[in-house]
Design a protein around this ligand. Structure first.
Ligand code: BG6
Length: 492
């Protein structure tokens, strides 16, 4: 019997899915495209870290180079999203398709035409594109030449790239995000992909380096992150001038942190970490100014904040985002005790929460945490629309002899999270959309694997390079189709 949920999602709720260019497109040197930071990172596993190589190593496996070949198969994939009834499809533009070196004189017409085709295909099925301008990658040339966003020059180059996209697609795309999970650069683990900040000594290394071993200079990291904030604010301002109807958002990797115990030491440590990781970037981008607690963080950590100039403050205040979007997979705990049991997480781990189950990759599963998080965001930033632009279950799928894939674990995870979104809407949260992460299997960012799968659509592609890229439906495909068709009323 069909189970109808009591509260309805708002009319026109944007149901859909989300991917990133370097995790799905492949064709990494096709039609004029050149290398980006994501193309320099090899495959790993849960237990074997991904390695970064400053030069491409012949015969080594770089997952982004082929990925799932979306570049050539987008029509088939978007048709399947259309069949599921998607209202929105979040994807990213690969900067190196538009400006292959980042600092080229003219944009690459073939790259621009590719996304024209992708957006037209979306429109054919009534799917609204939601476009991230930089999803964990920047042109490699900007890393070697300018040290990525550490240089002010990269601000201008990003704004030029963004405005080129805005002008070209202004009648095809309304929803935009500037930088994916911009906040992760507040901690060392997030330094490479988005910021392109690689130190000279690392660039000169001959052997590949585990990503987490890249040299971190916190002063330079915060300077580069600041430049990204400025680039984002200038982009928002320029976007509104090009098309006042644009909705341009920030995108935050939201790991809500709980104190591991009621010990005030844990509570304070948790507050500090939460501010640094979750609140800082959102505060800058939604409120248009640095929060005072960051000046205290800079002081405590020996960081000179003089990079925050009066001119930049004005830019930040003039480029506030129109919506708050975020990824949500898990919550973690913070403890003041360094000996506490640890678990993994998305980009960064935390202390083990004994009340929560773990996924196949050791991430806490916490649907109620999503309701809590949505309420925290709505309380902090009243009157701004909110969208969950990533949420999903990375698991191990078993293909049966008849080709079926019974992914009940994924359905259960999504059902529980969607139900909590509905509860949050009931609480008054202005949630306007939900894009499930990886509606089609794609390369994992954390481990570089295809083995870790998120999709409703299975892709026959494996980490040993085998597979013919055939697409097939998992059980979750029909389930999500029904969820969308009933606007979230039927989650059974
Ligand atoms: C998010 C990223 O942090 O997490 C995605 O924006 C990523 O690009 C997703 O794929 C899931 O992480 P993973 O490591 O399972 O791919």
């Amino acid at each position: 019997m069909q189970k109808i949920e009591e509260t309805q999602f708002p009319e026109n709720f944007l149901w859909g899915g989300a991917v990133a260019a370097n995790q799905c497109e492949g064709a990494y040197l096709e039609d004029g495209k050149k290398l980006s930071t994501a193309d320099m990172v090899m495959g790993g596993t849960k237990d074997k870290p991904r390695m970064f190589s400053p030069q491409i190593v012949e015969d080594a496996y770089y997952p982004s180079h082929q990925a799932i070949d979306f570049y050539h198969r987008y029509k088939e994939d978007i048709a399947m999203f259309g069949e599921m009834g998607f209202k929105v499809f979040r994807l990213s533009i690969n900067w190196t398709r538009i400006f292959p070196n980042g600092d080229d004189q003219e944009p690459n017409e073939k790259g621009l035409a590719f996304y024209d085709n992708v957006f037209d295909e979306c429109r054919k099925y009534g799917i609204e594109p939601l476009v991230t301008l930089s999803h964990y990658e920047i042109p490699w040339n900007l890393v070697t030449k300018y040290k990525g966003f550490h240089s002010k020059k990269t601000i201008d180059l990003f704004v030029r790239y963004a405005t080129t996209c805005f002008e070209r697609y202004k009648n095809k795309v309304k929803y935009w995000l500037t930088f994916n999970e911009i906040n992760v650069a507040a901690i060392a683990e997030g330094a490479l992909n988005g910021l392109g900040l690689v130190q000279k000594d690392d660039l000169e290394r001959v052997e590949p380096i585990p990503l987490h071993d890249l040299i971190d200079d916190p002063q330079e990291r915060f300077e580069a992150l600041h430049n990204q904030f400025v680039a984002s604010a200038l982009t928002v301002k320029a976007g509104h001038e090009i098309n006042p109807d644009f909705m341009i958002g920030c995108m935050i990797n939201r790991i809500t942190w709980y104190p591991h115990t009621p010990n005030p030491k844990d509570v304070l440590a948790c507050q500090k970490h939460d501010r640094l990781f979750n609140q800082f970037a959102g505060d800058v981008m939604v409120r248009g100014e640095y929060p005072t607690y960051m000046y205290s963080y800079f002081k405590e950590n020996g960081i000179d904040p003089s990079f925050i100039t009066e001119e930049d403050k004005k830019i930040l205040s003039e480029g506030k985002v129109d919506m708050y979007t975020f990824s949500y997979y898990l919550t973690n705990c913070v403890s003041a005790d360094p000996m506490v049991e640890k678990v993994g997480g998305n980009i960064t781990g935390g202390a083990r929460n004994p009340y929560l189950r773990l996924s196949d990759w050791g991430w806490h599963i916490d649907p109620e945490g999503l309701r809590y998080t949505l309420n925290l965001i709505a309380d902090r930033y009243p009157n701004i629309p909110i969208m969950v632009v990533e949420n999903g279950y990375g698991g191990i799928d078993q293909v049966e002899e008849n080709g079926a894939i019974h992914d009940n674990y994924r359905i259960n995870y999504l059902r529980d999270h969607i139900r909590e979104m509905r509860n949050a809407i009931e609480d008054g949260v202005p949630l306007i959309g939900y894009t499930e992460w990886g509606p089609i299997d794609i390369v994992s960012v954390g481990t570089g694997e295809m083995y870790k799968r998120y999709g409703f659509i299975y892709v026959d592609r494996h980490d040993d390079g085998t597979g013919d890229y055939t697409r097939s439906k998992k059980d979750s495909f029909e389930w999500y189709k029904k969820v969308i068709a009933t606007n979230g009323a039927d989650l059974a």
